[in-house]
Design a protein around this ligand. Structure first.
Ligand code: GRF
Length: 277
């Protein structure tokens, strides 16, 4: 099996990144992380990459968004801002001027990001706790020619609880089951085609920390498995006009994998809740 070249985007602690690195190191994952990029210079996850000599880069999103960076560049870009604004689904501000200004700033940051990523010729871009919205400028760059080349791990059972607070929302709502989702990224927020999901129970003596810890253990498993399926070319995407694509996992061992996730969610239960509280 050919090793996949992965670019990983992070904003924070990077435990998902670590899980990928660990599995790749022991040969459990036919993949190599070729670059790790963060929108924050202080993201702890950058150290995890540096520790194993993987190149790291930072794109100063904050600088772009508050106008310190990229001021003069926007006019040099040949972009139909109106068309891009009409296509985008992530910025909701009702005032078109403000919305397009924000869009322009995000696109400038994404232009730098794409420049970095493409130096490393990744097969896939893996979002692992990257807390920035992606515009169609970025998404179309990687999802071209019918390919889906951006993956995300989301800490809830989509389409429930999109956004940044998957565990908080699951816990606060009083869900009996929580879940994690790995999906391809489309132009909406957490709305792309679902590759895999796994669930875990919530117990009366749980707290947010124990829920998060249980969910994270599943995230690591599910994300790695999806990367394995990609490397083995066992993820088939059937496009349908006007409808969501159908994703089929062609791994003959698929049911066994799902069974393992369910069993793991149960066996982790007491361990996680007793260790965190
Ligand atoms: C994870 O819960 C992931 O699902 C979400 O952000 C968190 C990142 O955690 N998108 P880490 O940085 O991988 O530890």
């Amino acid at each position: 099996m050919r090793k996949l070249r992965l670019a990983v985007l992070i904003s924070g602690g990077g435990t998902n990144l670590q899980a990928i690195l660990d599995r790749a190191l022991v040969g459990e994952l036919p993949a190599e992380v070729v670059v790790v990029v963060s929108d924050r210079a202080d993201a702890f996850g950058l150290n995890r990459a540096r520790n194993v000599d993987i190149p790291t880069r930072v794109v100063d999103y904050r600088g772009y968004l508050d106008g310190r960076t990229g001021k003069s560049e926007a006019n040099a870009l040949w972009i139909d801002w109106e068309a891009l604004d009409n296509a985008q689904q992530i910025l909701k501000a009702p005032d078109p001027g403000r919305r397009r200004d924000r869009l322009r700033r995000l696109v400038l940051a994404e232009r730098e990001l794409i420049g970095i990523l493409d130096e490393y010729e990744p097969d896939y871009v893996c979002l692992a706790g990257f807390m920035r919205l992606l515009t169609p400028f970025f998404v179309r760059h990687y999802n071209r020619d019918g390919g889906w080349r951006i993956l995300n791990i989301h800490p809830a059972l989509l389409p429930s609880f999109p956004g940044e607070r998957g565990y908080e929302d699951t816990f606060a709502y009083g869900c009996r089951w929580g879940g994690v989702t790995v999906h391809f990224v489309d132009e909406g927020e957490d709305s792309g085609p679902i590759i895999a999901q796994a669930i875990y129970p919530l117990w009366p003596d749980d707290n947010l920390a124990s829920v998060r810890e249980r969910g994270l253990q599943l995230e690591y498993e599910v994300y790695s498995q999806c990367i394995r399926w990609l490397a083995a070319e066992q993820i088939a995407v059937e496009e349908r006009s006007g409808k969501r694509p159908i994703i089929t996992i062609t791994d003959p061992g698929y049911e066994g994998v799902v069974k393992r996730w369910v069993e793991q969610a149960f066996s982790e239960v007491r361990k996680a809740s007793s260790s965190v509280r």
